[in-house]
Each structure stands twice: as C-alpha cells, then as structure tokens.
Design a protein around this ligand. Structure first.
Ligand SMILES: Cc1ncc(COP(=O)(O)O)c(C=O)c1O
Length: 369
C-alpha cells in the first residue's frame, strides 16, 4: 500500500538551482593501494592524536560537542582573536557557510578554473550566477581578468591558494588588490595547502574586512576522516557567518583530538618537510623524463601525460599506486595529479612512474620529436 502510494505520488518540487546541478561523485570506491590520488596525508596523524582517540570515553560521546574551548586553543595557536575564528566540518563546510551568508539568487560569484569543485557546487545551490574565469598561461592566476570581471553584483570571489589541481600560488599582493577592488564581495582565500606553501593572508581582515581565510586538518595534519577545518575573518563578519552555522557540526571526536593535533608542531613540520622534498624529487624526475608539469606549492604535482593518461593511471594502479586523472577539468586534458607522501613512498612512486612511462613509451628517450 505504502509502496503503491510512493510510486504514484508526485515528487516534492525541488529548487531549480538544485535540479540543474550535476551530481558530484569523487571516485572514492576501491581505493586499495598507496593513495596518492586525493591529496590526503598518506602517513597518518600525530601519534599524540591517536593516544587521545584511544582515551575517548562514553561520557564524551554521549554529550553534545562543545566547540568554544577548542576554538580558544586554535585562536591562540594561530594568533587571531577568538571571535575571528570558527571551527567547521572541514573547509567544505566553511565554503558552504560563506555562500549561505553572502549569496542571494542572482548575485555573482567569481572563480578561476580549473579549481576545487565545491566552490561552484555550494555557490550555485543559492541560485547565484557563477562567472568562471579561465586561468592564464601555464595556469597562472589571471589577476587582471578577475579584476575586469568584478561587477556591482559580485558577492563572492573564491580562490584556492595554492590552487587544486594545479598547485599554483597567487601572489598575496594580487589577493589584496582583488579584496580592495571588490569591497562588497566576500573574498574567500582557501588555504587548505598552506603548510606546504608557507604564505598566508591570515589577519589581513583588519585592513580588508572582506577577506576570509580557510584552513583544514585534512591535509598536513592527516585528519581528513575527522572532518575539521577553520574559517577565519573579521569579528563582525564572523558574527554573521556564525548565525548560519550549526552549533554541532564539528563532532566530539574531532574536538577531542584537535588540541593535540595543533600542539604537535614537530609532527606536522616533519611531514611537510618530507612532502616538500618529495615534491622536488618528483619535479626533477619529470624534468629528466621529459614530462611537462606545473611547479607546485602544494602536496601534489599536476603533469601532462597526454592521450595515454587513462592507461598511465591504470599502469600506476597495477603497481599499487593510485593517482588521479584530471582530464575532465578545464584546460587539463591528459593531465594527472599525484600526491606526495613520505620519502619511502616517494621512492615507491618514482620507481612505478619510471616503469609505467617506459611501458607506455612516454619516457624521454622514447618520445619522438
Ligand atoms: C582547495 C581545497 N579546499 C578544500 C578541500 C577540502 O578540505 P576539507 O577536507 O577540509 O573539507 C580540498 C580537498 O581536496 C581542496 O583541495
């Protein structure tokens, strides 16, 4: 009876912005092997975090999570005022909250493509119009084109710095110029890969109150599964953002672990050192093999394999290494993105890379002029 009713019943009418939105399914299934495909930390989090996890008790799990004490610790760690920071369920939630706070239907959002998919997804569900500016030559940030696209309706400019999937960074002066040129727009600077780059717009909101900075625990800290991030901005702006945030979006397990994650600076520094050294080794190897790539400021490198990119991804998988084909991103035809991990993992990566490229006849000695 219920089934019959369900089959014949009209569907509730969804918003048109949602109806026209394509589904986004990152290829998360069947990921056995060395996971160099999602820019995660592939070594693991600080042992201090694991120790804390093992001590979580029933009482902590039974209670609703209390975010503020951990926000105080994070604010002091980052040198911002407590009112300037909000813990979020990953940067993903931070993006969602900024969209919910600033976007009305028919407002305009500026993004530079290729970039992280969630800006477009969260922004377009508000009914806002997305203006996509293509990256400049060699995926450089097209500052002048962005400036030209700012209109009286621009309410959000979302920029990943460094960018995913290209690894390219934006000069901080250019970001300040954009913030100054669009005072009625929120400028969301997504610093998910900050630790591998070292440059930040943190605290710039005292001069540019429209700047927001987002950080994550998913990359350098090795806690992508816990879902924790930070959104920071001027106290006044964050008061507004806080209104649309659920008080419980960051769970108790994440909250229990974050103080230890922040405290173990030595762990993060050692991991970042390994990744940056691996990045240099991979880039050197690509140079000597004659594979074009874009010098990266993040924990991954994007390279152009060409028409055989799918065969390359398969060949790497056969050797136990998962890498990500980015061919469907704008301007990325034939491109593959590879994440870096520990030194040992980089050794494994480089030997699989050489073998696969040779097998496909793509290593320099076999490339025809
Ligand atoms: C630029 C950028 N921002 C945000 C994220 C997601 O961060 P989180 O795991 O904190 O939601 C990613 C993940 O790949 C990313 O590349």
């Amino acid at each position: 009876m219920l089934d019959q009713f369900a089959r014949g019943a009209p569907m509730p009418r969804m918003r048109s912005a949602v109806r026209t939105l394509p589904s986004y399914h990152p290829p998360l299934g069947g990921r056995t092997g060395l996971r160099l495909d999602f820019n995660e930390n592939v070594v693991g989090c600080s042992p201090k975090v694991l120790e804390r996890l093992r001590k979580i008790g029933v009482e902590e799990l039974a209670r609703y999570p209390e975010r503020e004490p951990v926000e105080l610790i994070a604010a002091s760690h980052l040198g911002v005022k407590p009112g300037e920071l909000l813990l979020t369920n990953g940067v993903d939630e931070a993006i969602h909250l900024v969209c919910q706070t600033y976007l009305d239907a028919d407002d305009e959002v500026l993004i530079v493509v290729p970039t992280f998919a969630m800006y477009e997804i969260f922004a377009s569900t508000t009914g806002a119009r997305i203006a996509k500016v293509p990256a400049g030559a060699h995926f450089s940030f097209p500052t002048n084109t962005v400036l030209r696209h700012i209109t009286g309706k621009t309410r959000l400019i979302a920029i990943a710095n460094p960018n995913n999937p290209t690894g390219m960074a934006v000069p901080l002066d250019d970001l300040r110029l954009i913030a100054q040129s669009a005072p009625e727009a929120a400028i969301l600077v997504d610093e998910a890969y900050y630790e591998f780059h070292g440059q930040s717009l943190l605290r710039q909101w005292t001069e540019f109150p429209n700047i927001f900075v987002a950080r994550t625990f998913s990359k350098a800290y090795g806690l992508a599964g816990l879902r924790a991030g930070l959104l920071m901005g001027s106290g006044d702006a964050m008061d507004q953002v806080r209104k649309v945030a659920s008080p419980y979006s960051v769970n108790a397990v994440a909250l229990a672990c974050l103080p230890d994650a922040l405290e173990d600076v030595a762990y993060v520094n050692a991991y970042v050192r390994d990744v940056c050294a691996g990045r240099e080794r991979l880039e050197e190897e690509l140079k000597s093999l004659g594979i074009p790539f874009w010098p990266s400021r993040a924990n991954f490198v994007l390279m152009r394999i060409g028409e055989q990119s799918s065969a390359f991804v398969r060949g790497m998988r056969e050797r136990g290494i998962l890498v990500r084909d980015r061919s469907s991103d704008p301007g990325c035809e034939g491109c593959v993105r590879i994440t870096l991990g520990s030194m040992k993992q980089t050794d494994q990566l480089l030997s699989a890379l050489r073998e696969t490229l040779q097998e496909l006849g793509l290593a320099r000695q076999e490339v025809r002029p």
